[in-house]
Design a protein around this ligand. Structure first.
Ligand SMILES: *[C@@H]1O[C@H](CO)[C@@H](O)[C@H](O)[C@H]1NC(C)=O
Ligand SMILES: *[C@@H]1O[C@H](CO)[C@@H](O)[C@H](O)[C@H]1NC(C)=O
Ligand SMILES: *[C@@H]1O[C@H](CO)[C@@H](O)[C@H](O)[C@H]1NC(C)=O
Length: 200
């Protein structure tokens, strides 16, 4: 009798994990098991405490890369008010060809919030927690400046510890739905700079 495909897939995955453990060590296995598929936990242990009242990078960190982004912030008209539920982001400059988006809330995350912010760029694939941001007013009048700790990154990605958004124009939440009907989508164009900082 043939084993059901799900059992075969599970055994194959176990084999991969076991051989990976031999070759790469158990810390990788631990991070593979905790992080979403294909991602590993970022290690922020080299970062000093950051100021929760600002978007300044961690003291002593260095800038690894900085890139212009543009795109739209998307809002859905709910009970007559625009509610942010996503973004479509394009990276230029040193990260030309990269994209950004938000995931839906993950299991265990509060319903009604955005999930993780994702940057899928040349330097790697990064997930940052939208609930662990800090913000400061934008000197350029758009969405506030913001700083996020990186939570997960792809294996082999350059280790960015914090993403900081500056020089934002546009994107801010409209005060009302305007001519958009209940349940309809509003898209607000924006531009900004994203900088990746690493602590060691
Ligand atoms: C945001 O809006 C743009 C423009 O309508 C659309 O192409 C994109 O798919 C939307 N993204 C999300 C995440 O809803
Ligand atoms: C957005 O950025 C991409 C990547 O740099 C660029 O190719 C595109 O022309 C930009 N779009 C707008 C509307 O500025
Ligand atoms: C994080 O960003 C959201 C908007 O995306 C904002 O409502 C919230 O106040 C920010 N959190 C902090 C701690 O600044």
């Amino acid at each position: 009798m043939k084993a059901p495909p799900s059992l075969l897939a599970t055994s194959a995955m176990l084999l991969v994990l076991l051989s990976a453990q031999g070759a790469l060590g158990s810390s990788l296995i631990r991070s593979l098991l905790q992080a979403p598929m294909g991602l590993q936990m970022a290690d922020l242990s080299a970062c000093p405490a950051v100021d929760s009242g600002s978007t300044a990078p961690p003291p002593g960190s260095k800038e690894l890369w900085s890139a212009p982004i543009n795109g739209t912030r998307n809002y859905t008209c709910i009970a007559g008010k625009p509610v942010g539920d996503g973004a479509t982001i394009y990276y230029g400059g040193a990260m030309e060809g990269g994209v950004g988006y938000y995931t839906k809330p993950m299991p265990g995350q509060m319903v009604g919030r955005l999930g993780y912010g994702v940057a899928d760029v040349k330097a790697g694939l990064y997930w940052f927690d939208t609930a662990k941001n800090t913000t400061s007013p934008s000197p350029t009048g758009g969405l506030p400046d913001a700083r996020w700790p990186v939570v997960y990154r792809s294996a082999g990605a350059q280790p960015c510890d914090y993403f900081v958004r500056t020089k934002t124009t546009g994107g801010a939440t409209p005060t009302d739905c305007g001519s958009t009907a209940e349940g309809g989508e509003l898209t607000v164009p924006f531009t900004a700079m994203i900088t990746c900082y690493v602590c060691k």
